[in-house]
Design a protein around this ligand. Sequence first.
Ligand code: ADP
Ligand code: MG
Length: 275
Amino acid sequence: ATPMALAVATGEASSLGVLIRDGEAFQELGKVDVVVFDKTGTVTHGRPRVVDHSLPPWALSAVLSLEARSSHPIAKGVCAFLTDLGVQQVPVEDQAEEPGRGVVGTVDGVRWFVGRPDGDRWDSWSREGLTVVEVRRDREVVGALALRDPLREDAKRVIEELVSRGIRPMMATGDSQEVASRVAAELGLQDWSFRMRPQDKLQLVNRLQSQGMRVAMVGDGINDAASLKGANVGIAMGSGLDLAIESADLVLVRGGLYGVVGAVDVSRSLTRIIA
Ligand code: ADP
Ligand code: MG
């Protein structure tokens, strides 16, 4: 497109709350075949609240202290809940975030893990659509928390409008099969995958590309950074982490998820001008 046309389009996109970080990628957006959505913080608000838990009182301080250093939306929800209970932090050594899995750290010489469950023992919560966070101390399960993270109001409409434009929407989440299938059903999404680690999301994008498809990826977390970079067009939620935003070509700074549809339309009108 001419610099003039691109400038106009950039202005239109910006009025829809879409910030363009890479003009070439933006021009490609109108031609994408697939849009892959992350779940937590992308099709959901990303402000999960704890609605139930099975932790013994002696475990609460360690959980709070490990999660206090994580920037994941789940960690924020867990911390808000425990802080409201009056739980105090204790010192943690070697705390580390495992993207798409959880956090680890040492408290009083013992290794703790807070994050994605290994098995299916919390399935009754998952079947209710709750995201489960398991707590393990020295590899032994001590309990879990269940969180609810409502869908964004515009998510279903965004999916429908992409379909009506001939674009195939997909969802790739690190969360469990139960939660993923429930969210997919609520959104009317046919293509979805669960328990996806950051490298799995990237692999999915690459596989679609090797089948000849142009792919846009929408995400908000560190777990999405690689796939945002690998996609033809990476779109970050403005509420997302810096790493996600820095990895993206477009940023939805306001106006919610609907900016994806608006940006597709503006990009397509740009392509028509050049043709
Ligand atoms: P999504 O792909 O839906 O955005 P993530 O890949 O970020 O989800 O996380 C996948 C799963 O890993 C979560 O459902 C949760 O069980 C677990 N998890 C990741 N980070 C954390 C954390 N800081 N605290 C607790 N659980 C976490
Ligand atoms: Mg996310």
